[in-house]
Design a protein around this ligand. Structure first.
Ligand code: AMP
Ligand code: ZN
Length: 474
């Protein structure tokens, strides 16, 4: 087990406070993350949520927890039905295409696979059973249109997550669509009686001919795979109301138990100050960015490197900076592979301890990634300086390399460093000699060596963090 498990803190939306994380079962975390609605390619705003959840999962694992993560695939709801009918293909054919695309995208972003990816259409019996329970307990009723609604006035805790004021709601007013705003917090549909707009999408069940509402999907699938109480539930802030509020109402009314102990919500990715969303037309898919020549790892870095509770404005300058940061990390690791110096006299050891503490303490504090990355880049700069002086021994470099690989299990951006991209011994020696020349202010020699390296296809740059090099073709 890495480090201690005792000091992990998360900001819990339910209490609006940072709380110490204590799982239900020692050493194990049951985590539910609302997945994609597969009616189109996900945009990079959606991926901000999925990358944040991946970082959380990876940090929990770093801290020695066994994680059981469930991410649902919403393959039946208002949007998927509308889109498949417009295209004139079956719901299944339509959603399969975008489900496959989603899995390709998360693989490209190096998002670890969850343990379960339940599809809503494959869990209709579980949803029907849950709705029946709510009917029996008096939390649900049938409307005149044949649909079944949740009576929010019956659930005393309605509003506890989003802090919506229930007194302001219109009693008995109903909403059949899945998505609606706070000002319209009404009784919502659990089961939607078939109507013409649904075409051939319906299930004949004990509840009648129809289909489930979006909110019941998540309650039913979360409880099926994780039990009645979960440790962590995540999603973007837009999902807090009505989706998560409704999930709580459905699940807790049915079981009489607390549904989720820690609610974690990520803030939005914005474009020019406005939330990135399909309906605003201000979005990029991952595929758009790949077509423009960007490496998905740079996108991952960009989405991950701002704290998840802060809004993040998407810009191409930001994406370029992210690309540069990933390159810096990769070049550093590459350079370590060839370091074979005289030894730092204990300096590396001190730096290793320092960065471990800095990185871990920051991540334990509600995944404070910006502080963790700052500690990491200080470390990279300091060890690079020691390597410039040929002061890092083989053993020290190996230790640093091992640490970088451990950090990368969390960050997921360095990956395999290719052997052929290692700096040749001869070039390492030239860089060292150039450094000596520069220190002696012998600019002529320094420039000559730079040209010599260039003829070997190696570009050398002097930066405030020390000398950096890269292969020309990159
Ligand atoms: P959806 O496919 O619409 O259900 O969304 C999938 C996830 O992406 C949910 O957790 C949303 O809250 C989240 N999400 C949607 N738009 C954004 C955005 N612009 N920034 C961050 N997260 C978002
Ligand atoms: Zn959900």
């Amino acid at each position: 087990m890495e480090g201690s498990r005792g000091n992990l803190y998360f900001f819990n939306t339910l209490t609006r406070k940072k709380e110490r994380f204590v799982p239900l079962e020692k050493g194990k975390v049951k985590m539910y993350t609302c997945g994609p609605t597969v009616y189109d390619y996900a945009h990079i705003g959606n991926f901000r949520a999925f990358v944040f959840e991946d970082l959380l999962r990876r940090w929990l694992k770093y801290r020695g927890f066994r994680v059981v993560q469930v991410m649902n695939i919403t393959d039946v709801d208002d949007k998927t039905i509308r889109a498949s009918r417009k295209k004139g293909v079956s719901l299944k054919e339509y959603t399969e295409y975008y489900t496959k695309a989603f899995f390709e995208d998360i693989a490209a972003l190096n998002i670890e696979k969850a343990e379960f990816y339940p599809r809503a259409t494959e869990h209709i019996p579980e949803m029907v059973a849950l709705i029946k329970k709510l009917l029996e307990k008096g939390y649900a009723y049938r409307g005149e249109d044949g649909s079944i609604y949740y009576a929010i006035s019956k659930f005393k805790d309605y509003g506890k997550l989003s802090k919506i004021r229930v007194e302001e709601l219109k009693p008995g007013a109903r909403v059949k669509v899945d998505e609606y705003g706070k000002e319209e917090a009404w009784d919502f549909a659990l089961w939607k009686a078939w109507d013409e707009d649904d075409g051939d999408v319906f299930w004949e069940t004990e509840l009648g001919k129809g289909r489930p509402g979006w909110h019941i999907e998540c309650s039913a699938m979360a409880m099926k795979y994780l039990g009645e109480t979960l440790d962590i539930h995540c999603g973007g802030v837009d999902n807090m109301f009505p989706h998560h509020e409704n999930e709580i109402a459905q699940s807790e009314a049915a079981t009489g138990k607390r549904f989720v102990n820690y609610w974690l919500h990520n803030e939005h990715l914005l474009v020019e100050g406005k939330r990135m969303a399909k309906r605003f037309g201000n979005y990029y898919t991952l595929r758009d960015l790949i077509k423009m020549g960007y490496d998905p790892t740079a996108v991952r870095y960009l989405l991950m490197s701002t704290h998840y509770r802060q809004q993040l404005n998407f810009t191409f300058e930001g994406l370029e900076a992210a690309k540069g940061a990933v390159e810096r990390l990769r070049n550093f690791v590459r350079r370590l592979l060839d370091a074979d110096g005289k030894g730092s006299g204990g300096k590396v050891e001190v730096l290793v301890e320092q960065v471990k503490r800095g990185f871990e303490e920051a991540m334990d504090d509600d995944l404070n990634i910006s502080v963790a990355l700052a500690a990491l880049f200080d470390f990279v700069r300091d060890v690079n300086r020691l390597m410039d002086e040929n002061a890092v021994s083989r053993e020290e470099a190996e230790e640093v390399y091992g640490l970088m690989m451990r950090f990368d299990k969390v960050l997921g951006v360095i990956g395999e460093v290719r052997r052929e991209e290692r700096l040749p011994k001869e070039a390492e020696e030239l860089i060292r000699r150039r450094e000596e020349a520069r220190r002696a202010k012998d600019w002529e020699t320094a420039d000559r060596i730079r040209a010599q390296l260039r003829s070997m296809g190696i570009i050398v740059e002097d930066t405030p963090e020390g000398v950096k090099w890269r292969f020309e073709k990159q």
